[in-house]
Design a protein around this ligand. Structure first.
Ligand SMILES: [Zn+2]
Length: 266
């Protein structure tokens, strides 16, 4: 591995720590510039435990306040982010494209974590992310600004329509199944995330990203139902968060969109 790639991997590790910190404090409505705390009891963490990897290696991973260990998610994020950053570095080299796609990947990872852990896609994350993606559209080498903006617009219209339809349909299903539920199957956060994905994948990439989202989410939902039926614990109207599927599909199309389109058209 070249020195530059190693440097970028180290940078990715620090960014991974920041993603973990943001995922710990933002859903609890704390400011980003607070010191890392235990998400469970709020106790300040030892400096070595600011990094989950270092925390486990130095055996400072147990909170002194509540005895709760550092989340394994934090370790995973600190390991995956450098790998992701090195992968992007190998593909794009030091360039504006590398900076943009790294930043977009950070947003996608953060949203995936908060949606999985709290069923939450926060405006505090998505509003700045949308602004950055809108400006970034003019510097993206993989597409024209027009394609990017059109991608965002298409996603916004389609997902907003889904958002408007989702609640009445789920209420109706709940009434039919005699299990009234107020759980929102498709929240406004999914609309903002989808628009972000549209801006970073552009048109026509966003169409493939949305198709991949529907396919992958449908496949996982079918597997969940299958497992529930096999264990005789079938719960009708179980909803799954769409954010992670949108984020993963968005990432795949953001990086490999041009290759996929080339393959599809030829
Ligand atoms: Zn604690």
């Amino acid at each position: 591995m070249s020195f530059e790639a190693l440097f970028y991997a180290l940078f990715g590790w620090v960014v991974g720590m920041l993603i973990n910190h943001a995922a710990d404090v933002l859903p609890r409505h704390r400011a980003l510039n607070t010191a890392p705390i235990c998400p469970r009891c709020g106790m300040l963490r030892a400096p070595l435990a600011w990094s989950a990897v270092l925390g486990y290696l130095s055996r400072r991973h147990i909170c002194l306040g509540c005895g709760c260990p550092l989340a394994l998610r934090s370790v995973l994020v600190e390991l995956v982010t450098p790998l992701l950053f090195v992968g992007l570095f190998w593909r794009y080299g030091f360039s504006i494209q590398l900076g943009l796609l790294s930043l977009y990947s950070v947003v996608l990872m953060l949203v995936t974590i908060t949606d999985l852990e709290h069923r939450l896609i926060q405006h505090a994350v998505m509003v700045p992310a949308l602004l950055i993606a809108l400006v970034g559209a003019f510097f993206n080498h993989d597409m024209t600004a027009r394609q990017a903006v059109l991608g965002g617009a298409v996603a916004l219209v389609l997902l907003y329509a889904m958002y408007l339809l989702a609640l009445p349909i789920s209420r109706l299903m709940g009434r039919l199944a005699r299990r009234p539920s107020e759980e929102v199957p498709f929240g406004f956060g999914d609309v903002t995330l989808g628009t972000f994905v549209g801006l970073i994948t552009g048109l026509p990439g966003v169409v493939f990203a949305l198709l991949l989202t529907i396919l992958s989410a449908g496949l996982v939902a079918a597997c969940i139902v299958l497992v529930q039926v096999m264990r005789h614990r079938y719960k009708p109207l179980t909803t799954i968060p769409y954010g992670p599927f949108l984020a993963l599909s968005g990432f795949i199309l953001m990086v490999y969109g041009p290759d996929i389109l080339h393959w599809y058209l030829h």
